[in-house]
Ligand binder design. Sequence first.
Ligand SMILES: [Zn+2]
Length: 326
Amino acid sequence: MLSLKSCAAGSETLLAIWREFEEGKLAHAYLFTGESGVGKRTFARTLAKALLCNGEGHKPCNACRSCQRFEAGTHGNVYFPAPQSQKTTISIVEMRNLIAELGRSALEGGRRVIVFNQAEKLSQPVQNSLLKTLEEAGEGVYFLLVTDNERAILPTIRSRCRTVRVPLWSDERVARELMNRGQSAANAKELASIAEGSMGKAVQMIHDDSWREERALVRDAFLNVKSVQDIPACSQLLKNKKEQAETLFSILEREMRRLIMKKKTDAAYTGDFFPEHWKKADVKSLMRIQDSILRCKRYKASNIGWTANAEGLMQSIAEEATKWQL
Ligand SMILES: [Zn+2]
């Protein structure tokens, strides 16, 4: 368990909040937004714990009675009215009870922290009842709202919160953190390159490595197409993979985008993902393939069959690849 400062390390945005905390200049309501897996929830939780901590030195100290009760889930001054598993949102009644509870405990003093994870799931009536509380919250009451979808939060709520947009992580930072968690350097680099700035996604991929198989399939079925003669064999590999269509096209699109970016400065670049013959591919040709990939992604919802769609893309790749190999 980390101190707030270590939790913010590597992110200027979060270090700024840590400084506000240290200087006693925190606002009373924060809205943490950003892509999934960038550490919003962990930071909000650690901030809540730090606000309640009675220990010395860097907070939370993770040793004092308050920190222990926080970890055990028995701290009376922190509330996590997050949506329960079956429910989409907390009810208006629960919200009113919480507000009444805050009013009562305010009399006893001490800080109170309310953390709304998945705040986008709060219904409009619940958000409206929260509004009044945000305005009238007494001394020592802190609201931490966390969401992946900032636009689902009412503008009136947003305007009463300090919005903190937690940015995506750099690949280097993801790789460093993965190595801290025991991954080998090679593994960490590979995972970081496909996690797209989401530490959460990288961690998920450690536990579920189906991505390896999917990437290998993309390489074998699409990127190994050198001419139209290869299409039947490659198409065979995609039999019964219709369910994965979206994932496979997304991998292709992302890798193609990355290849195009790199090729603009280094014409011979192929990275670790593209087979050798892609070295000769020129940017214009890759952009045409990228258009075909995007078209295929859109067609997935239409009546065009999975096989016909995938073979259409192989056809485009074969046409371009034939040109490079002349
Ligand atoms: Zn403590």
